[in-house]
Design a protein around this ligand. Structure first.
Ligand SMILES: [Zn+2]
Length: 342
């Protein structure tokens, strides 16, 4: 199997070969300029390392690019030339490799500590807090499940103001008083919502996105984290907003369409167009290595199924579009479901 995959690279690149490696000119650094025949990027022909994966490595001191063979093919735009068997072959241990250390956060005692700030997450003394009650109400649940707690941000404390971390003191005060937020997957953003419904006050801000790092990020969680396993086939649920996603998840859980032992990944695009589903899906596939999972979109009712057509071409598993019939989206009470399939 590995040989057939390496053939695809050989067909596309100037290369050299030894019994252990395939060598190509490094596409990441451009390789040696003085010698156009130098091939500095080595691809292992045998799985190596702790996770027993196929990897690449550029030996140029100025580059040192490295990663898994799957990543290389993805970066080179060659994945589409692989068949499903070849992809699952590459993903056998890739997922373990990718996930290593990724699902653990640097959080201790309900705090997330950054260079310039401290985020306070759900704690037992915030149990009956107005903010927590708001979340329970919006999600239609009577207690906050464990998997969600570390994502809920109730307070922000600024350690140090700097040029890359600016937040106006009145915004900070407002957040700490009446806002509750959700942390994105890499913690680069906190999506805040005002829990004070009294919009007659002079400060009518409903939402605030606190940006902590400039990178692209989404809201992604694995609700059944004790059974979550990227090596087994599972289901990806996507929605535009966090409340639609989570309210929809709890709703369809109650309807027994999914259950607590399902292997699930949930992701919210955090607004935008249908196009952003594509970006979020690619991000999930890349991060978790789950290209063959079935995808379920908890769709807003006003988005016609045809608008998902171009997205469907990108999905290897089955793509299902779910509509909450008679309602605007999955943030509202879950009535009868309409499921459309591509
Ligand atoms: Zn290189």
């Amino acid at each position: 199997m590995i040989n057939s995959i390496l053939e695809i690279i050989k067909d596309n690149f100037y290369h050299r070969e030894s019994s252990n490696d395939l060598q190509i000119r490094c596409p990441y650094c451009g390789d040696s300029r003085s010698n156009p025949r130098t091939c500095s990027l080595y691809i292992s022909k045998k799985p190596v390392g702790k996770y027993n994966t196929y990897v690449y490595h550029c030996f140029r001191a100025s580059c040192k690019a490295k990663g898994t063979l799957y990543d290389l093919l993805l970066d080179l735009g060659l994945l589409s030339q692989l068949n499903k068997e070849q992809i699952s072959f590459l993903l056998t241990n890739y997922n373990k490799h990718k996930l290593h250390g990724k699902l653990n956060y640097n959080d201790t005692d309900n705090k997330i500590i950054g260079k310039n700030f401290i985020l306070k997450t759900y704690s037992s003394d915030s149990k009956n807090d107005e903010k927590i009650n708001y979340i329970k109400k919006r999600l239609g649940i009577d207690y906050i499940p464990k998997f969600l707690k570390k994502y809920i941000v109730t307070h922000v404390e600024v350690k140090k103001y700097s040029s890359d971390f600016k937040i106006k003191p009145y915004i900070l005060k407002m957040i700490n008083k009446t806002f509750v937020g959700f942390k994105t997957y890499n913690g680069s953003k906190i999506i805040f919502r005002n829990v004070n419904a009294d919009m007659n006050s002079h400060m009518k801000i409903r939402y605030y996105n606190l940006r902590l790092k400039p990178e692209v990020d989404y809201f992604i969680i694995t609700p059944n984290s004790n059974v979550f396993n990227p090596l087994k086939k599972g289901k990806i649920f996507l929605a535009e907003g966090i409340f639609s996603l989570l309210h929809g998840y709890f709703g369809i859980l109650r309807k027994n369409i999914i259950n607590h032992n399902d292997n699930l990944l949930l992701g919210a695009t955090l607004g935008g167009s249908v196009k952003t589903f594509n970006l979020l899906y690619n991000y999930i596939v890349y991060t978790f290595g789950v290209p063959d999972w079935d995808v379920f979109i908890l769709s807003d009712t006003d988005i016609n199924i045809n608008m998902y057509k171009s997205f469907s071409k990108n999905v290897i598993g089955n793509l299902n579009i779910l509509y909450n019939h008679g309602k605007n989206d999955f943030g509202e009470e879950i009535g009868s479901l309409i499921v459309e399939q591509f």
